[in-house]
Design a protein around this ligand. Structure first.
Ligand SMILES: [Zn+2]
Ligand SMILES: [Zn+2]
Length: 315
């Protein structure tokens, strides 16, 4: 079979390799790309196995044993560590990562597989992985996301920010998304949010940050009204330090929370939202490419609309 293999930072090769070995073989229909894949290619990543490493973690295909269409979840929590025992499986201390969506086949533990609802396209189903992280982040916002009419802000109009905005619209919030790209503001409007270039300071009961830069984390705190909740969704570059204004954290009793990854149940919830059309994945889908186009596509600087590429490994 053909697979995209990382041989080191910046070194991606499309090669013929033996079929992978594992519990369940899945013939891949589509795998979508995200910023994590670009990071894996540019710098390497701690979730990658030893080189040469397979990657791609938003993967949908057909089980070879049963013929069922499945989303191949990118992680399987151990179920027994302290985090898992506490019900926070996204923080599992011994997570098994299941990577390798940029290939014609993948082998996965049965527990990683989620049935794709009938009628949902492979490209749309693959987006259940990042959407599950958005579902998780909104859950981390707690009550703040469940007050109809609450003024909610999303900082950053990448695909994650757009997904967060849509989920908050569904929750009944008054959502404003901030991004400097007019094209992304237009996408946010299509999803039911207001869109601006810059957030008003101190004006939002809920702020969700989806940029992943220290300056944006600060902007998120500055945009929070007294008593607000701030959820930090975008991962900053490793080793980053963040400076935040002390006064609103203390006098305005801001709740500042991180959000990372998702649970298996949140993946199923995301699949259901996509299948029901509650989150229109077409707004977030870009062109379909083959494995040979992947290198250049991942390194291309992002501008304009925020869209995920759809990799068809058989073209
Ligand atoms: Zn991703
Ligand atoms: Zn665990």
């Amino acid at each position: 079979m053909r697979a995209a293999l990382l041989h080191g930072p910046g070194d991606l090769r499309v090669e013929d390799v033996a079929d992978p070995v594992g519990e369940v073989l899945v013939t891949i229909e589509a795998a979508t790309t995200c910023a994590t894949d670009a990071k894996c290619l540019r710098y390497g990543h701690l979730i990658l196995g030893p080189y040469p490493a397979r990657f791609g973690h938003e993967t949908v295909g057909v089980r070879e044993d049963t013929g069922e269409r499945v989303l191949v979840g990118d992680s399987v929590p151990c179920g027994t560590c302290r985090a898992c025992a506490a019900g926070r499986t996204q923080l599992c201390e011994q997570m098994t990562w299941v990577l390798g969506g940029f290939a014609q086949r993948i082998a996965a533990p049965g527990r990683a597989l989620h049935r794709v609802p009938d009628g949902l396209d492979a490209a749309g189903a693959a987006m259940a992985e990042p959407l599950a992280a958005a579902v998780h982040a909104v859950a981390r916002a707690g009550d703040a996301a469940q007050r109809p009419g609450a003024r909610a802000a999303v900082l950053g109009g990448g695909t994650m920010g757009l997904m967060l905005a849509r989920l908050l619209v569904l929750a009944g919030c008054e959502v404003t998304l901030a991004d400097r790209h007019a094209e992304r503001r237009e996408q946010a409007r299509v999803l039911g949010a207001h869109a601006v270039a810059r957030l008003e300071p101190a004006g939002h009961e809920l702020v969700m940050e989806a940029v992943g830069r220290p300056a944006a984390w600060r902007t998120a705190v500055e945009a929070a009204a007294p008593g607000a909740t701030v959820v930090l969704v975008g991962g900053c570059p490793s080793g980053s330090d963040v400076t935040l204004p002390a006064a609103p954290l203390h006098y305005d009793e801001l709740d500042v929370r991180g959000a990372f990854h998702h649970t298996p149940a949140e993946v199923d919830a995301a699949l259901a939202l996509l299948a029901a059309g509650a989150v229109d994945w077409h707004v977030l889908a870009g062109p379909t490419i083959g494995l040979h186009d992947l290198h250049d596509a991942l390194l291309r600087p992002s501008a304009g609309e925020a869209r995920k590429l759809v990799v068809d490994p058989h073209r």
